[in-house]
Ligand binder design. Structure first.
Ligand code: GDP
Length: 441
């Protein structure tokens, strides 16, 4: 995952500082040298690294740190603040103030334009918008087909004119179609080339001046690192982009592009894509990303993900049952299924504060284990699920045979269930105490 090794290294450096009661100038210098190296290894632009270190060092040597009782913590705070600035400060939203918001996607071939057009359309659809995607890549016949498949998968219409070789005309006709059909967002999937060339830029500029898009989003493959930054500079100088979508961050362990783009181009990263599924698109929040890098977790994204995937009514009912201590194996199963809907467990764990990637590597997440657990619960009778205390030796044997597992596995699950129940009880008691004190609303 993105920033994995950077995150490990920076946290290691900062942890050393946190342990000290007093910091000397030498401590700060050493730490800055380490952070500088970590950033360079993460493929962050050299000038960006230099400026970043200079600012952090100056602030760290100032009175806010040196006179503090917790100097190490203060340095962490400064690194966090400066990293947020580097990543872009505030979240960048799409401006939907037009009747038909035109979003022009551009970028090199293979960066992820077509799939990202689909991901964006799906996101807008979930926000009750009515997107239309236009196939403006006239050079690759396969591109139109690909876009049609994408559109079909998410049930979003795709506009095309077969055989037309004027991309500007397609874009204009698509706009008319959107007006006619009542679409309020028009996403233009334009052509890409392997390299930036004049003909491509010329065509993109023509589409731009003809439709005056509200957003010109540059789709960049994060795995190309500093090349992505160079491409962004080139596109920005001719097209004046409004923002960037960084793709394939699931495969980019370094994160150099993400950390350099804003400083070099002054354009915000608006979204990142994290996989090949249509739902793998996330808004880019600089503060949350900085938290993740520094191992402070990203609880807000976790909650949002949960809200998108969980059936809130079911969750409420389950909460009620938990409070009244009627937690059953059916609830346990439901909880597990909802967790699975959230996505791969290792990605989720990354968002939890304190769970740095080194520790995560030690946790073996065996998704197959979940399949066994499901099979075991499904082999229980309704009565057993509601009251696991009746599951004696014979029943355990029957359940093991029924689920194709072993008695040991069944025993392990029963133990796990009882522990979960105990934990719920503890949490319930804690909530009550907090409520009494007025600290938990
Ligand atoms: P285009 O040429 O710019 O339109 O690029 P495509 O949309 O066809 O994407 C190129 C390839 O990258 C496809 O195989 C996509 O599935 C893949 N891809 C796009 N975004 C992501 C992502 O976030 N993660 C991963 N793993 N693959 C991606």
């Amino acid at each position: 995952m993105i920033f994995e090794s950077l995150s490990d290294k920076i946290q290691g450096t900062l942890n050393k500082l946190k342990g000290k009661g007093k910091l000397t100038e030498k401590d700060i210098n050493n730490a800055m040298r380490e952070i500088k190296l970590s950033l360079l290894e993460a493929d962050v632009n050299f000038k960006v690294v230099k400026d970043f270190i200079k600012t952090v060092k100056e602030r760290s040597l100032g009175s806010e740190v040196m006179e503090s009782l917790t100097p190490g913590q203060q340095v962490v705070k400064i690194v966090n603040e400066e990293m947020i600035k580097l990543l872009g400060e505030s979240e960048s939203k799409i401006d939907f103030s037009d009747d038909i918001t035109v979003i022009m996607m551009c970028g090199l071939q293979g960066a992820g334009k077509t799939t990202t057009s689909g991901k964006l359309a799906l996101k807008f659809k979930k926000q009750n918008k009515r997107p239309l995607i236009a196939a403006c890549d006239i050079y690759r016949p396969a591109a139109i087909k690909q876009l049609e498949v994408v559109g079909k998968g998410i049930d979003v219409p795709v506009f095309k004119i077969e055989g037309e070789n004027d991309a500007v005309k397609i874009a204009n006709e698509a706009f008319k179609e959107a007006k006619k059909k009542g679409n309020d967002v028009l996403i233009l999937d334009t052509a890409g080339r392997l390299h930036i060339d004049e003909a491509l830029m010329e065509e993109l500029q023509q589409i731009k001046s003809s439709l005056n898009p509200r957003e010109i989003l540059l789709v960049l493959d994060s795995m190309t690192g500093q090349d992505a930054v160079k491409i962004a500079e080139a596109f920005n100088s001719t097209m004046e982009i409004s923002g960037v979508i960084l793709t394939k961050v699931d495969g980019d362990a370094r994160g150099g592009a993400a950390l350099s783009l804003r400083a070099v181009t002054s354009k915000p990263i608006k979204f990142v894509t994290t996989g090949e599924k249509m739902s793998d698109l996330e808004p880019f929040y600089p503060d949350r990303m900085a938290s993740r890098i520094l191992g402070m977790g990203d609880v807000l994204s976790l909650i949002e993900k949960a809200q998108e995937s969980f059936d809130m009514k079911q969750a409420k009912e389950m909460e009620q049952r938990l409070k009244s201590m009627q937690f059953t194996f059916d609830d346990f199963l439901m909880q597990m299924e909802q967790m699975q809907n959230l996505g791969p467990l290792d990605q989720l764990l990354e968002m939890i504060p304190g769970a740095n990637s080194k520790q995560l590597k030690n946790i073996k997440i065996d998704e197959k284990e979940l399949v066994y657990i499901k099979a075991i619960i499904q082999s229980m009778t309704k009565k057993e699920r509601n009251d696991p205390s009746i599951i004696n030796g014979n029943r355990r044997k029957r359940i093991a045979a029924g689920s194709g597992t072993s008695v040991q596995r069944v025993n392990r699950l029963l133990k796990q269930f009882n522990e979960t129940k105990k934990m719920m009880k503890k949490m319930g008691a804690m909530e009550k105490t907090m409520k009494k004190r007025g600290g938990f609303k």
